[in-house]
Design a protein around this ligand. Structure first.
Ligand SMILES: [Zn+2]
Ligand SMILES: [Zn+2]
Length: 277
């Protein structure tokens, strides 16, 4: 992969992470993940990363390297950047449902790469890329690159170049893996990859404009539901969760009865608490 424009020149942070570390008395730091341009949400809190000081009179973007830099604090005005900051955290960008899901997936996938093999972010691996691209094309379109490009909404010339050993940028790798339901770590680290037949079937049957961009397999759905149980208040109804995942609540309940029940219970408890206050 070519690592052009991989990292931000200014800081990006999750105010909820800062707040939690500070409350727990653990070290406040700024993970490498937050610096990567493709990562726009915190994979733990699923909240957009902040890029401007929250203090009304400051609102500066903060350089990554500054002599006065201190994790968790604005290097310009000294404001605490955690969620309890007296200043208002700037409103999150307006993302569509699809964009939000994509951003969450990116944060989680890149986090996984950093956790398992940080060298994958910077070390080129042309042959590996080429063989993986060919394998994916074979599985989805019988080796037709033009068709694969159309299905994945990617430039087929680009795909052909990757097959020839051209470098793949991180964002391109993510765009390639996401619709195929594979993780970038799998793509780069595993010997061979088998794309979920359900995903292939969907890709073959439906054309991009009609297709919901997000395709989940069962394992991913389960992860999503488990993550829902960890999200801070306010909780969401099962209907809202199912809608976001592009599933019928009933179908989800049939597949994951315990998880769905737990989500319903938690939401009920939350609603009761709201009524009481
Ligand atoms: Zn966070
Ligand atoms: Zn500031």
């Amino acid at each position: 992969m070519v690592q052009k424009d991989l990292v931000h020149h200014y800081r990006a942070w999750c105010p909820l992470c800062f707040e939690r570390w500070s409350a727990e008395g653990s070290t406040v730091y700024e993970p490498l993940l937050w610096l990567l341009k493709v990562v726009r949400v915190c994979p733990i809190h699923l909240q957009p990363l902040q890029v401007q000081c929250p203090r009304q009179s400051c609102q500066k973007r903060l350089p990554v390297l500054s002599p006065t830099s201190r994790p968790g604090y604005c290097s310009e005005c000294g404001e605490w950047l955690g969620a309890s900051s007296q200043s208002k955290i700037l409103a999150a960008e307006k993302w569509t449902e699809g964009e939000r899901i994509w951003r969450e997936w990116v944060a989680a996938s890149v986090g996984e790469m950093i956790a398992h093999a940080p060298s994958l972010l910077t070390k080129p691996c042309r042959e590996k890329t080429a063989s993986m691209i060919m394998s994916c094309a074979k599985q989805v379109t019988g080796g037709n690159f033009h068709e694969l490009g159309r299905k994945l909404e990617l430039d087929s010339t680009l795909i052909r170049r990757w097959k020839l050993g051209y470098f793949m940028q991180l964002e391109q790798l993510l765009r390639f893996c996401f619709p195929l339901g594979i993780s970038p770590l799998q793509f780069l680290a595993e010997e061979a990859i088998t794309i979920d037949p359900i995903i292939i079937e969907k890709l073959v049957a439906e054309d991009p404009p009609a297709r919901h961009w997000v395709i989940y397999n069962k394992e991913k759905l389960q992860q999503k539901l488990e993550a829902e149980l960890l999200v801070d208040y306010p909780t969401r109804s099962m209907q809202a969760v199912a809608k976001e995942l592009g599933c019928q609540p009933l179908a989800l309940t049939r597949c994951f009865p315990d998880l769905c029940q737990a989500i319903r219970d938690r939401h009920r408890t939350y609603q009761r608490e709201i009524e009481r206050t």
